[in-house]
Design a protein around this ligand. Structure first.
Ligand SMILES: NC(=O)c1ccc[n+]([C@@H]2O[C@H](COP(=O)([O-])OP(=O)(O)OC[C@H]3O[C@@H](n4cnc5c(N)ncnc54)[C@H](OP(=O)(O)O)[C@@H]3O)[C@@H](O)[C@H]2O)c1
Length: 283
């Protein structure tokens, strides 16, 4: 039998030499992980009073950011800011003419900067196109597409004038990529499809100004918006059979995508639509 005991005085060194590959690896790993930190960054996040937005506010704050949260339900925003321990609540209807400009101005007045925008506020109407009203369609486009454009433009103007880099994360949808099949959402599909390509357009216009623009396109996550789908057998069947993973997502399964795109960890990523959908758009 071979004796593998090290001879006396030839034991393994206790630490790696400074330039060993594993030390380099440890340094690289720690640099990658620190890229996800959001310390000293101010994030403007719309649609924070429920669902995905509430979760994004929590995870971005945990990563070190200060989050300015917007939505119409003021009480919910106040409770959230209390829970987060810092941040600013800005109640508003984001589709109102002056609201996007006022929201960015509120962040700058309070904190002197805006580094990240998360365009998350949204509504979704289920209506067959043939029965839709043009006012309903326009209203949905105003909230889901026009307002994110205005919020992004006001933030980008400030970033460019002040020579500050920034990141804009738009919340799209798998329904901005594929038709909904049995689920009939013409306004939502148009708005989210528009938001996806607006993401690419703004990314290309602002890349040399240091502003990255990306989108997260979620599959199905249970929130107030789609509670009805989750409460019905037909809705769950639609979600489970059309999702290769055979299930909806859990809110925490969006955390990694948000932290990646919002933070410097995605320094060379722009114009990207990141699907977090259990494979919905893979088939
Ligand atoms: N859940 C999913 O499966 C899923 C999938 C794909 C994409 N998304 C997208 O994710 C985003 C968040 O949706 P969610 O699922 O978290 O739904 P949600 O719980 O209904 O949240 C929607 C948020 O948008 C806000 N909002 C709606 N209209 C507004 C307005 N006019 N002005 C300001 N804020 C407004 C709501 O706040 P107030 O009512 O207080 O104003 C709420 O905070 C949306 O863009 C949605 O399209 C969700």
């Amino acid at each position: 039998m071979t004796d593998t005991t090290p001879p006396p005085n030839q034991a393994e060194p206790a630490t790696e030499p400074a330039d060993s590959p594993s030390t380099e690896g440890a340094t690289a790993f720690s640099q990658v992980m620190s890229g996800f930190r959001m310390d000293n960054k101010v994030v403007v996040l719309t649609g924070a009073s429920s669902g995905l937005g509430r979760r994004f506010a929590q995870i971005l704050t945990q990563a070190g950011a200060t989050v300015v949260v917007a939505a119409r339900r003021a009480e919910r925003l106040d409770e959230l800011v209390n829970e987060l321990g810092r941040g600013l609540a800005v109640p508003c209807d984001i589709a109102a003419d002056q609201a996007p400009e006022d929201l960015i101005a509120a962040a700058i007045t309070e904190y002197g900067q805006v580094d990240v925008v998360v365009n998350n506020a949204g509504i979704s109407r289920v209506v067959p196109a043939i029965d839709d009203t043009i006012d309903g369609f326009r209203h949905e486009l105003n909230i889901d597409l026009v307002a994110p454009y205005e919020v992004a433009r006001h933030a980008a103007r400030w970033m460019i004038e002040n020579r500050r880099p920034g990141s804009i994360v738009n919340i799209g949808s798998v329904l901005g990529h594929n038709g909904g099949g049995r689920l009939k959402t013409p306004g939502y599909a148009a708005a989210k499809g528009g938001l996806h390509n607006l993401t690419r357009e703004l990314a290309s216009q602002w890349a040399r100004k240091g502003i990255r623009v990306n989108a997260i396109a979620p599959g199905w996550f249970e929130t107030e918006m789609n509670g009805g789908m989750f409460d019905s057998d037909g809705g769950m069947n639609y979600i489970n059979t059309n999702t290769p993973m055979g299930r909806p997502g859990q809110l925490e399964e969006l955390d990694g995508a948000m932290l990646l795109l919002a933070s410097d960890a995605a320094a060379y990523i722009t114009g990207h639509i990141l699907f977090v959908d259990g494979g919905w758009t893979a088939i």
